[in-house]
Design a protein around this ligand. Structure first.
Ligand code: GLY
Length: 214
């Protein structure tokens, strides 16, 4: 749903996620949903998180559709969900191939998410699970309630038992952070989002407020 198109390639280095990379478009992308039947349910949920991410920032209809379906129905209709998610990704990437602006919205939930992933040393939570935890502090009001409910329905984590300070220590190394200012994607209304420049302390406060810690 997320990495298949858009040509973003990257590697982790020194414990930092995706810190070195380039844009290289493939000649073609093959998406065969029949192979999904080989995956354990945890991996299905892991991938589904990126579709939920795209619906949250960019498509209220898709979000409502996911809200209206049981988890089984979601997987029974996964082709349609993949197609709708990729339409969002395609539109965003065509507008901003090298991420100078709008493409940043695809990083929604990934600033804290990558920090959690790095602090877990890639051994604990899966990427989508970290994004699930990373989205919640940057969603506000009614949108937060709806997102928590949807994530709970598909058993993606909404509570973090690890050390948030450890996770936040990676934010300064995040590629979305420059001179102490981090580009954070926030959402106050399902289907819409904003790109906000925040100091690291502002971002930390948002995270602490959500997870009720300091
Ligand atoms: N995975 C985020 C992007 O392609 O920009």
């Amino acid at each position: 749903v997320d990495s298949s198109i858009g040509g973003k390639t990257a590697v982790n280095l020194g414990g930092i996620k995706n810190i070195v990379g380039s844009f290289k478009q493939p000649k073609a992308v093959l998406i065969d949903t029949s192979v999904l039947s080989t995956l354990p349910i945890r991996q299905m949920r892991n991938g589904l998180c990126e579709a939920i991410k795209m619906a949250t920032t960019s498509n209220a209809d898709l979000f409502e559709r996911l809200e209206s379906m049981s988890e089984d129905d979601i997987y029974n209709n996964i082709e349609e969900i993949i197609v709708e998610s990729l339409k969002i990704k395609k539109a965003v990437v065509e507008d901003d191939v090298e991420e100078s602006g709008v493409r940043k919205i695809l990083n929604f939930g990934h600033t804290l998410g990558h920090g959690i992933e790095a602090s877990e040393d890639l051994n604990g939570l899966y990427h989508g699970e970290c994004v699930s935890l990373g989205m919640l502090p940057v969603v506000f009001g009614e949108a937060k309630d709806r997102l928590v409910k949807l994530l709970n329905k598909v058993s993606l984590p909404t509570e973090y038992t690890g050390n948030i300070n450890d996770a936040l220590s990676y934010v300064i190394h995040d590629k979305k952070c420059s001179s102490g200012i981090v580009s954070v994607i926030t959402c106050e209304k399902i289907g819409a989002c904003k790109i906000e420049a925040m100091s690291i302390d502002q971002f930390k406060n948002i995270v602490f407020n959500h997870y009720n810690c300091t």
